[in-house]
Each structure stands twice: as C-alpha cells, then as structure tokens.
Design a protein around this ligand. Structure first.
Ligand code: ADP
Ligand code: MG
Length: 358
C-alpha cells in the first residue's frame, strides 16, 4: 500500500510547446480511489502514464510510497494498469490469462494458482476459470482484466477508462462493483474517465483537469456545491448548471431577468466592483411558481421521477433559456407560460472565471 504524489510535474511532448500536463501538484493518500476527470485531450492519460513510467517527466517529480520514482523504469514501480483496451489472450483460459504476468515474473506454479484462485473468488470468476475469453460476456472479460492486475498485488492500481467498452447498463453496474472491490482491497487507485457521472459516483475525491491544468480536487459533494471556477461549475452536474452572464451595477444588485437575486453574504461582500460576472444556478435550485420570472416553455424532458423544463425568459434585453427541475411528472407543455423562482444557492464567478465569495 502506498500514497502517491505528483510534485510540480509537467509533460511537454516533443514537437509541441504547450504542456500536455502542466505543473501538476496532487497528493493521493494510501487507500484512496482518486478519479482524474476532464474532457478529451485534457491530459488525463498523460498524467496516468507519467505515474506508470510510460511517459517522460520533463519537469517536477512523482512519488510512490514516499519514494521518488521519477526516473524509475515502469517494471520497478510496483503498479498495475487496466486500460480501455484490455486485450486478453484469446487462446488462453481465464486462469492462464490471469496468471500470465506471474508466470513471467517467475513465480512458482502453486503460488500462482493460489493467487489466481483468490482473485477469481474476489471477482466472482471461479466458475469461469477454464473458459476462453470468447465464451465470456463483456463484463466478465472486464473482470478478467481486473484480475490480471489484482494477482500482481501492486501498491497502486492505475485505470484508464476501463469501462468505456461496456454498454451503458453494464457500465453503471460495473462501476459500483469496481468501487466496492477497490474499497475491499484498499489499494490506492488512480482512475481516469471523461465521464463526470462516473467520476462523481466512484471517486473518494475527484481531480478535474482542463488543458493539462488541475482545476480543482475535492470530494464529489464539494465539487458540486462549491465549484472553484466556471469550468468546474459547467462540467460537473447533469443537466448542467445554468450559467448566465450578468452586468452588475453600482448598487451591486444581481438580476436574473426581472428577479433580483439574493446572494450569500460572503458573495455580496466579495463582489468587489461593478462589471461583468457570471451567475450559476443549478436546475434543482430553480422551480416553477406563481410569482417569479415570466417565461415560455420550449422543451419538457420527462425522466419519470423528475422533469427538466426549459423556459425561455428575457434577460438584459435578450432571450435566455433556463433549465428548471420539476418533481415527478408535470402537466406543463411546450408553449405554456410559466413563472420561474429561485430558492437555492447562487454561484457567482468573476471575469476570469474564478469563484466569488469562497
Ligand atoms: P486525455 O487522456 O485527457 O484525452 P491525453 O493525455 O491523451 O488526454 O492528451 C493530452 C494532450 O497531449 C492532447 O492535446 C494530446 O493531443 C496530446 N498528446 C497525447 N499524446 C501525445 C504524443 N504522443 N505526442 C504529442 N502529443 C500528444
Ligand atoms: Mg485518455
């Protein structure tokens, strides 16, 4: 078991002048499941490969278990990786696939068999040990790939979008199993995904990357309730937070359409100057009511337990669409005239996208 640390670590690919990962500082305590999330090209895989030793580190260092491994070859780092494309050997049984790395390490047969059986038990793969991969379902194959990592008893698991090849339903089921498995094994894990829902449901903490730069690392709840900047605010949460540009005048009043918004004290205090800000309100903090901002319904998304109503209002002289969450089924239809009220926390972001008011 080991903690992991990136210290000011950068990767600049040859022939490029922008760092794919830029001055990354990140500490992952022993036993934690940390999720690295961000859009495609944000540097997630590069960050993981730097830790694995598969990518040169141009500046800074990485540590595993307190030891500086920046220059250590991958095979000496005591890590195991699970990728999206976990090619299993088609002609080998599940047992042979899982034991292969151990055989290469020169571990004796009885010991190999014990470790494989133990991993198979943890992963519910015991009945399938003598099968070939083609006789397994997608989810079972994914578990075999996990098994190959587990049998090595590494200090750290690195996983790069390991569920991407599974269909939506299986992905949801497997991510819960994986999180449960990680908790039982207690092995420090860095897990990469572009899917913010996967990140939020699996991660003990979630690190958000954009353009190679760490935006925020926090518990899922904190990322959701106190996003550090505009990017995190828009990236985390589905449907996304309503983000509205507002002109704040001398009186520091912040208006959404015809409604004056009441801000938290800390936010009001830190609105340093009049100017252009962005207000963020999550759909569940807006509601349809009798007295509020008048608007017209353009879309109703019925999800059964809840609905999302898209309402076009007038804001600073232009039409603006707000997404409003409604409980259960609604009788509302496209074309209806409604009123939108606000009852939740209001996030405010400054001209540089930074969160106002802490
Ligand atoms: P992610 O995994 O978040 O999609 P990557 O880490 O794969 O992002 O890539 C980060 C950035 O580095 C991207 O702009 C990508 O185009 C670039 N990149 C990745 N691999 C290489 C490479 N071998 N050579 C040059 N640029 C690369
Ligand atoms: Mg990637």
């Amino acid at each position: 078991m080991a903690e992991v640390r990136y210290e000011n670590a950068s990767r600049i690919y040859p022939g490029t002048d922008i760092a794919a990962v830029s001055a990354l500082d990140l500490e992952i305590p022993d036993g934690e499941l940390l999720v690295l999330v961000g859009p495609s090209g944000s540097g997630k895989s590069t960050a993981l490969r730097m830790l694995a030793g598969l990518e040169f580190i141009d500046k800074g260092s990485v540590f595993i278990g307190g030891e500086d491994v920046t220059l250590m070859p991958p095979q000496d780092r005591d890590i195991a990786m699970v990728f999206q494309n976990y090619a299993l050997y088609p002609n080998m049984t599940v047992e042979a696939n899982m034991g292969f790395a151990l055989k290469q390490q020169g571990i004796a047969k009885p010991d190999r068999a014990t470790r494989v059986r133990e991993a198979a038990r943890i992963l519910d793969l015991e009945p399938f040990l003598q099968r070939k991969p083609k006789h397994l379902s997608g989810g079972q194959r994914q578990r075999v790939a996990m098994g190959r990592a587990i049998v090595r008893r590494p200090q750290v698991f690195l996983m790069d979008e390991p569920l991407s090849n599974l269909d939506a339903k299986l992905r949801v089921q497997t991510r819960t199993e994986l999180a449960d498995l990680q908790a039982r094994l207690g092995v420090t894990t860095v897990y990469v995904t572009h899917d913010q829902v996967e990140a939020m449901t699996m991660g003990h903490r979630v690190a958000v990357l954009k353009d190679g730069i760490l935006q925020q690392v926090d518990r899922p709840r904190t990322l959701y309730s106190r996003p550090a900047n505009l990017f995190v605010a828009g990236f985390i949460g589905s449907p996304a937070m309503n983000l509205v540009e507002v002109e704040v005048g001398e009186g520091r009043a912040v208006r959404l359409g015809s409604l004056a918004l009441s801000l938290e004290e800390t936010v009001a205090r830190d609105l340093a100057a009049a100017g252009a800000y962005t207000v963020g309100i999550r759909p569940e903090h807006l509601h349809l009511c009798d007295a509020g901002i008048p608007g017209e319904v353009s879309v109703v998304e019925e999800l059964g337990s809840e609905s999302y109503v898209h309402v076009t209002i007038q804001h600073q002289g232009d039409p603006l669409v707000l997404v409003v969450r409604a409980e259960g089924e609604t009788m509302i239809q496209r074309g209806d005239n409604v009123m939108v009220g606000c009852r939740g926390p209001i996030h405010v972001f400054g001209p540089g996208g930074e969160r106002i008011g802490g």
